[in-house]
Design a protein around this ligand. Structure first.
Ligand SMILES: CC[C@H](C(=O)O)C(=O)SCCNC(=O)CCNC(=O)[C@H](O)C(C)(C)COP(=O)(O)OP(=O)(O)OC[C@H]1O[C@@H](n2cnc3c(N)ncnc32)[C@H](O)[C@@H]1OP(=O)(O)O
Length: 307
């Protein structure tokens, strides 16, 4: 319906370009538009006024990329320009057709301490807060919807918005001594980056209520117990670095042909997000892309057995 209206408008409008950009943005899975009072370019510009740190992307030949939240002087808190960086890196990943997996980590041994409180203080009015919230909801929803199997590597602290970021990945790995804490209540807030909605889907509403209502510190043991963590990484002298351990852990799920791994993520995402009838339609369409494709034909020719 919305797309129909937009298409009609497209034919009439003299500013076709702006509309095309909006349509492209919608087709990439953006959830907010100007209809919701979200003026994307305006908020991007506003966020750029709060600089510091970066979000870095490394795409590897293995098909596993590494996204690093990098602002160690502030425990990897998200400045405004880092929020913009994040969106740009997600766009790059959306067009990375050879990708299969993604590790999201923080720089210098800690994950992320949420929003940069200096920026938060400067935009503490509700209107600006809602704009930032919509921007981050969009970026993190697109991150979770990437056709890549993603894992948050949690070292040190994941606080506030940092805890929310972990929920925008398919999996979470926690190193010993690390903590995920939704500190929002202590800040007089609730999650706004989509973290509450995703948390309920990950740990169920009872556990989500406890984690948010109590601002509980989740260590790897509690994380594994309630299903927030998918693995605990031990710090053993001489063992692989946490990043290498995370790559080894993830490679179990990303081993195989690129189209098949991306198809796996797509069907699971459809099941996670869509009503059953819609999810079944998507599954049929994705199935059509792998049936009779090279990996399938090769497996049939090799008469493989699954003992
Ligand atoms: C609540 C939701 C909201 C959102 O959704 O947008 C947020 O995310 S608000 C941010 C929530 N996070 C916090 O409130 C973190 C507050 N900081 C701490 O609790 C501690 O700094 C901690 C536990 C992260 C680290 O403690 P530690 O003793 O190891 O180190 P320091 O405290 O000395 O921190 C080093 C340095 O980093 C600065 N820092 C840490 N977090 C932030 C932040 N979120 N924004 C800005 N700056 C941050 C801290 O102030 C220190 O800087 P310094 O110049 O040395 O004072």
């Amino acid at each position: 319906m919305v797309l129909c209206l937009l298409n009609r408008q497209l034919m009439r409008s003299t500013s076709c370009c702006a509309l095309m950009v909006r349509l492209q943005r919608q087709s990439r899975g953006c959830i907010h538009s100007s209809i919701h009072g979200f003026h994307h370019d305006e908020i991007r510009e506003k966020l750029q006024a709060f600089p510091g740190g970066s979000v870095d992307l490394l795409k590897q030949d293995s098909g596993i990329a590494v996204l690093t939240v990098n602002n160690p002087a502030r425990m990897n808190a998200f400045s405004g320009s880092m929020m913009v960086d994040l969106e740009d890196r997600v766009s790059q990943l959306e067009s990375w057709t050879e990708g299969k997996g993604l590790i999201v980590q923080g720089a210098a041994g800690t994950f992320c301490s949420g929003s940069d409180l200096n920026a938060v203080r400067a935009i503490s009015n509700p209107e600006d807060g809602m704009k930032m919230c919509m921007f981050m909801q969009d970026a993190l929803t697109r991150l979770l919807r990437l056709p890549l199997i993603s894992v948050a590597l949690v070292e040190g602290r994941a606080l506030g918005g940092g805890a929310e970021l972990t929920t925008a990945c398919d999996f979470r790995l926690m190193t010993s001594g690390s903590v995920i804490q939704f500190v929002h209540k202590h800040m007089g807030l609730v999650p706004g980056w989509g973290g509450a909605a995703r948390l309920v889907r990950i740990v169920g509403s009872q556990n989500a209520l406890k984690l948010l209502g109590g601002a509980l510190k989740v260590d790897s043991e509690l994380g594994l117990d309630i299903g927030l963590a998918d693995g605990a990484l031990e710090a053993v002298q001489g063992a692989d670095s946490p990043r290498q351990q995370a790559e080894n852990w993830l490679s179990r799920y990303t081993e195989g042909s690129v189209p098949v791994i991306r198809a796996v993520k797509k069907v699971v995402l459809a099941g996670r997000e869509l009503p059953l009838s819609e999810a079944l339609k998507t599954e049929k369409e994705v199935f059509g892309t792998v049936w009779g494709a090279p990996a399938n034909l090769q497996a049939l020719a090799s008469k493989s057995k699954h003992k």
